[in-house]
Ligand binder design. Structure first.
Ligand code: NDP
Length: 169
């Protein structure tokens, strides 16, 4: 079987905030474009709250939504009741070209940061108020393989790619 390519995709503020009142705290169209570019044709895995925040399955991608509710149904998405089942769905549907993206939220990042091989992080270089955060991690476990700096008005943000050091897997 093809080894599972599992990547985290997140936008976070300098103070690690990723959301507020179940939505993104910033308006950054370039980041939404970046998200679309990376995920199109791939598999996206998300928690139920993130799904409800988006409001519909995202077209052109296999959508996997995790909830403990056994009667939760979404036409156009696969609903599973555990992370293990989500990873099984990814395994069963992946080809060598498939990248499986964990797209949030906080609860999903907490459970997958130890097992993903890559993180695409949009580092927003300002603090924001929020109620959900990206988990702390040891930078020594990761190698920064890309950093593209951008500015939108008075908001500076960097598209960063971190690959897990092979010694830590
Ligand atoms: P999540 O999106 O992580 O969803 C949490 C829910 O997912 C749980 O309540 C549960 O659903 C289900 N779930 C999680 N883990 C499991 C499991 N192991 N087994 C079964 N079900 C599980 O919620 P958060 O509140 O942590 O994050 C949402 C916030 O994150 C929002 O503010 C959103 O805007 C933000 N966000 C930010 C992103 C960014 O890049 N800045 C990206 C994505 C989200 P149930 O309660 O139905 O059982």
């Amino acid at each position: 079987m093809t080894p599972l390519r599992l990547s985290i995709l997140v936008a976070m503020a300098k103070n690690r905030v990723i959301g507020r009142d179940n939505r993104l705290p910033w308006h950054l169209p370039a980041d939404l474009k970046h998200f679309k570019f990376l995920t199109m044709g791939q598999t996206i895995v998300m928690g139920r709250k993130t799904y409800e925040s988006i409001g519909k399955p995202l077209p052109g991608r296999a959508n996997v939504v995790i909830t403990r509710q056994t009667d939760y149904e979404i036409p156009g998405a696969v609903v599973v009741n555990s992370l293990e089942d989500a990873l099984l769905v990814c395994e069963e549907t992946s080809t060598t070209d498939t990248e499986n993206f964990i797209i949030g939220g906080e609860k999903l990042y907490q459970q997958t940061i130890k097992i993903c091989q890559r993180m695409y992080i949009t580092e927003i270089q300002s603090d924001f108020d929020g109620d959900v955060f990206f988990p702390q991690f040891d930078p020594g476990d990761w190698e920064e393989t890309q950093r593209d700096k951008h500015v939108d008005g008075n908001l500076e943000y960097h598209f960063v790619v971190l690959d897990r050091n092979s010694s830590t897997t």
